[in-house]
Design a protein around this ligand. Structure first.
Ligand code: ADP
Ligand code: MG
Length: 303
């Protein structure tokens, strides 16, 4: 008989249809439960990046987490966004085992590869790229009410490898969600009158967690870490005792690369990598920061 379809059965295709329409070949990158491959649309001969998400792995992963993300959220969020700083999603479909996101092919690789290959950015290049990132995050936070929650160099794609002209494109909206401005029922259903204290506490914890850990300000912290890495080519924290270093805000501008960086740039990193989210800059404040508003002053050696 007919297979029982999961709750959301939009855009279902068979394996036969898939192989008839798409020529999917080599790997462009991969993550926890997905692989991104080059995909050529057979009829039109157009190239795309196709993110193939393993549904089973995704659902196993989700059941271990507090958050209530659905398989289709990434596609739905991405499809709702249109911005030069965000990877475009052209289409999506699913088979029994996989979800496919058809995205524009971004040719310059990701920012992590770029830094691993060629080291840190010059200060003016960092400023140019970081300004693009901030403008895009401003669009996400203040126009679309979306928090990304997973901003990091491997999720930032580059239109080309030239650091003077490249356009940064934010990708991987797998953890993104609509800001909790109007909270929906998936997190907290039913009437609270009959809930046991421990249920309420879980909810409270989750709620404050969302403000502190998952809100817009969490993206701002991540932007600070990204700026730190752009300017120095090294991450701010060491592997050992990572959580303590982060919660105590223990990081230094100690590698050689920092010696030629302007005090304004370091000040911006500090104001973003501030432990208390209430004292951390918002995206509007970051865009308004002296370092982003003015051209690079100071040591010409690294400009
Ligand atoms: P995951 O959710 O598994 O981390 P991502 O969406 O971050 O998956 O993609 C994994 C990697 O694939 C990225 O770090 C990047 O190197 C590459 N990639 C993703 N999307 C594209 C794209 N549109 N064009 C080119 N490469 C991409
Ligand atoms: Mg990723």
């Amino acid at each position: 008989g007919r297979p029982v379809a999961p709750a959301d059965c939009r855009n279902w295709v068979t394996e036969q249809q898939l192989t008839a329409d798409w020529d999917i070949s080599h790997m462009l990158g991969s993550g926890n439960f997905s692989e991104v491959k080059l995909g050529v649309n057979v009829k039109r001969g157009e190239k795309f990046a196709v993110k193939i998400i393993d549904k089973k792995k995704f659902l196993q992963f989700q059941s271990k987490r507090e958050s209530q993300l659905c398989l289709n959220d990434e596609a739905d969020v991405l499809r709702s966004l249109r911005h030069p700083g965000i990877v475009q999603c052209a289409d999506w479909f699913q088979t029994d085992a996989h979800l496919y996101l058809v995205m524009e092919l971004v040719q310059g690789g990701d920012l992590l590869q770029c830094i691993l290959e060629n080291g840190c950015f010059l200060e003016r290049q960092s400023k140019r790229l970081f300004r693009q990132l901030c403008e895009t995050v401003d669009y996400l936070h203040n126009t679309m009410y979306i928090v990304h929650r997973d901003l990091k160099p491997e999720n930032i794609l580059l239109s080309n490898k030239d650091r003077e002209t490249t356009q940064a494109k934010i990708a991987d909206f797998g953890l993104a969600r609509k800001n909790m401005k109007s909270r929906d029922c998936r997190t907290f259903c039913g009437t609270p009158h009959y809930f046991a204290p421990e249920v309420i506490n879980t909810f409270r914890d989750r709620e404050s967690g969302q403000q502190a850990g998952y809100g817009k300000q969490a993206d701002m912290w991540s932007l600070g870490v990204i700026l730190y890495i752009l300017l120095s080519g090294t991450p701010p924290f060491e592997e050992e005792g990572l959580y303590e270093q982060i919660t105590e805000g223990k990081y230094e501008f100690d590698v050689r690369e920092w010696t030629t960086v302007t005090p304004e740039a370091k000040a911006l990193v500090r104001s973003l990598m501030t432990v208390d989210p209430k004292h951390r800059l918002s995206i509007k404040q970051a865009l308004d920061h002296t370092w982003l508003r003015y051209p690079v002053l100071g040591s010409p050696a690294r400009l």
